[in-house]
Design a protein around this ligand. Sequence first.
Ligand SMILES: Nc1ncnc2c1ncn2[C@@H]1O[C@H](COP(=O)(O)OP(=O)(O)OP(=O)(O)O)[C@@H](O)[C@H]1O
Ligand SMILES: [Mg+2]
Length: 252
Amino acid sequence: MKIAVSGKGGVGKTTFSANLIHVFAKRGFNVYAVDADPDVSLGATLGLPADELAALRPIIEMKALIDERTGGGGAFFTLNPKVDDLIDDFSIKQDKIRFLRMGAIKQGGTACYCKENSFLYAVLASLLLDKSDMVVLDMSAGIEHLTRGTARGVDLIIIVTEPTRVSVATAKVVQKLASELKIRNIKVLVNKVRNDKEKEFVRSQFTDQELLGMIPFDEGVLENAVEEESGLLAGSGVMPGIDEFVDKILGA
Ligand SMILES: Nc1ncnc2c1ncn2[C@@H]1O[C@H](COP(=O)(O)OP(=O)(O)OP(=O)(O)O)[C@@H](O)[C@H]1O
Ligand SMILES: [Mg+2]
């Protein structure tokens, strides 16, 4: 199952992605953890070793490698089966988790950039997955990254929002776009909820069907982010209720 996590800046996309990855791995799934945000924070949030993260080459560099081998051009699409071998050199493996980072996805509409962007997502689309393998894609804030290319093969998009008017408005824009891109399953996850008034506000904005659920504001989550190294994989700073969300996702 391929899951994309999207939403406005700072709402908790990376924290939620890391929590999903942690729980999937704990339950025995092979998880591809993909940092699609050029700001690269997923690896650190998971608590992967800083030196390995610093040395990890982004997938975008794989394109140069393949271009070199094939003399450039669009030949890569015929190389899809080889991507799985190549991916070993571009990932950090820790127990059940395989961590990849996409690298800077350039802005702009030139053909050249388009090629690079579509390369990144074609790599994802071509991963040879078992039925039980999970892919969690931590996307960058904003909607410009959500395109037909990036949506390809995504089974579920989780739109993270805070319980505020502005954040909810962004979530609705993403919801609409995701449905135009024909992503099959679109869910909203409300994060950092502090009180009943906020819960009520959220319920006035989304149907039960649309909501994956709500996560309270949690000091432990915030503290874990302040620590020198994240202890998430060891179980500290886990989002409250994350196991139930995973149950829901797996049942969906
Ligand atoms: N439920 C929560 N309770 C308390 N703090 C939280 C919660 N969820 C996330 N945070 C904190 O909010 C901050 C932003 O979270 P995070 O980096 O995951 O957001 P993001 O959406 O990925 O941001 P960006 O758009 O910059 O990538 C972090 O300090 C994180 O620890
Ligand atoms: Mg982030």
